[in-house]
Design a protein around this ligand. Structure first.
Ligand code: ADP
Ligand code: ASP
Ligand code: MG
Length: 441
């Protein structure tokens, strides 16, 4: 018997009706043995995700010492789900204890983790299988990094005597037991961890779209689906904003060559997308596989004549960033110019001014210019390196759409071309590139 690990996202877990679909999917294939769940997400467009309600609980605790009001909405959602599914469990007691602990723990991570903790228990109750608390098996180091090998070992040990089980996604704990969450959307990582721990044959990631699409369906109507994606393409696209899968979920499965299958809970018959190592990847004939974009970057443009001949120039600039604890996303450079692309959110009050002063002192540049509100748009695909004229087509499409390109970075992986455009041109750029490379759509 092979092993499938299935992760179900927030929309799949949003209410009793959707969870019934999830249960049917699990029961329709006996190989679907280990299930990782998210907290209930939105039921309709202006609904609030349970995770966001839990962050509100924490705010209420900080202000008043209790979270009765915010927690009442969570209580109602879980009571309804349990009623709709007819699960025989004492949800009232579990909810009372959870509300209490959110107050006593007084930690945003603890509060946020309770969505997955509760939906995991409900799912385990509905399936009649054991619930494994991720707090005991997913471990973080003191510096907040994920302790991979230790966690794989603990998950494998916890599941060794359980032919089937449910694990809550999104959280784990430090070695002292204090709960910590991954970043938002992190249940995808938890699913990948469980898949790696049990050496699954496939990691099925069930969501609300029929796989990875060539671009965000909220930007382009009905974009073409991607049948097969390589791990590398996935990493580039998810990191650059295709948030159908958390960009870090690749690492656990990659180390064991476990394929990821993105599937649609609401159209389970659709094949979805297979994400595979490059050795299993078959070229589809498409030049571009997908396009993604991310807003809110700051570009620091540094110009100095003969910079290329000045030994240590780059090191001095990078030392300034290091000293200030700033990481950068890209560093495209020319003979006399260099750009540092940094996420605007990490340039807190006064940080940018400090960086500029220190860069001035370190390398005495001719000019430094700063561009704010820059979006990065990545065009990704293994087919690009072997197709002559790809960048020409891309830049013509952008210029025909009247998009001003502020920065270009053609990755050394030959897998992507990244352009910097004004935030307000981000969607226009994605649409223009999509039209150029997927003309039939
Ligand atoms: P889940 O709650 O199941 O984890 P998410 O909301 O995190 O689901 O991710 C699915 C959503 O990702 C889709 O509904 C879609 O709007 C969005 N999305 C963004 N980019 C893409 C893409 N390239 N392909 C598919 N979906 C995408
Ligand atoms: N519930 C968490 C979030 O909303 C994690 C997840 O759904 O993946 O971010
Ligand atoms: Mg998600």
């Amino acid at each position: 018997m092979s092993i499938k690990v299935c992760k179900f996202g927030g929309t799949s877990m949003a209410d009793g009706n959707n969870i019934r679909n999830v249960i049917d999917i699990i029961k329709s294939d006996r190989d679907r043995r280990y299930v990782v769940v998210s907290a209930p997400g939105k039921r309709y467009s202006n609904d609030i995700k349970v995770t966001d309600l839990l962050y509100q609980c924490q705010k209420e605790v900080e202000q008043t010492g209790a979270c009765k009001e915010a927690f009442s909405k969570i209580r109602e959602r879980f009571e309804n789900i349990v009623k709709e599914l007819g699960v025989d469990m004492d949800i009232a007691t579990i909810l009372n204890q959870t509300e209490q602990r959110i107050c006593t723990e007084n930690s945003a991570d603890f509060a946020a983790s309770r969505g997955e903790y509760l939906s995991g228990q409900v799912m385990a109750g509905a399936l009649g299988v054991p619930f494994v608390d991720a707090q005991d098996v997913v471990i973080f180091n003191d510096d907040g990094s994920f302790a991979a090998e230790e966690s794989y070992m603990l998950v494998a040990k916890a599941l060794a005597d359980k032919p089937r089980a449910v694990v809550g996604g999104f959280y784990g704990s430090y070695r002292n037991g204090k709960v910590k969450t991954f970043s938002r959307g992190g249940s995808d990582i938890s699913g990948a961890i469980v898949a790696r721990a049990v050496l699954a044959d496939v990691y099925e990631n069930w969501t609300d779209v029929s796989g990875f699409l060539a671009c965000d369906p909220r930007i382009v109507d009905h974009p073409q689906g991607i049948k097969v994606l390589s791990y590398k393409e996935l990493r580039e696209l998810s990191y650059m904003g295709a948030n159908v899968l958390h960009s870090e979920s690749i690492f656990p499965v990659k180390s064991a060559n476990i394929p990821i299958n993105i599937k649609n809970t609401f159209r389970p018959e659709d094949e979805g997308t297979m994400i595979v190592p490059i050795t299993k990847y078959q070229y589809t004939g498409n030049v571009v596989t997908g396009i993604a974009g991310k807003k809110n970057f700051t570009v620091i443009h540094i110009e100095k004549s003969m910079m290329n001949a000045e030994i240590g120039f780059t090191r001095k600039i990078l030392s300034v960033l290091e000293k200030n604890g700033i990481s950068f996303e890209h560093m495209p450079s020319g003979i006399d110019t260099m750009c540092l692309v940094v996420e605007s959110a990490i340039l807190g009050l006064g940080v940018l001014d400090r960086l500029l002063t220190e860069i001035e002192q370190a390398v005495n540049p001719d000019h430094v210019r700063v561009y704010n509100n820059i979006a990065l748009v990545a065009t990704v695909g293994h087919g690009m390196s072997s197709s002559i004229g790809t960048s020409g087509r891309l830049f013509k499409a952008l210029s025909d759409a009247n998009v001003n390109v502020r920065m270009i970075d053609q990755g050394s992986s030959e897998l992507n071309i990244i352009v910097g455009v004004a935030d307000e041109d981000c969607n226009k750029a994605i649409k223009a590139i999509y039209r150029e490379f997927f003309p039939a759509n």
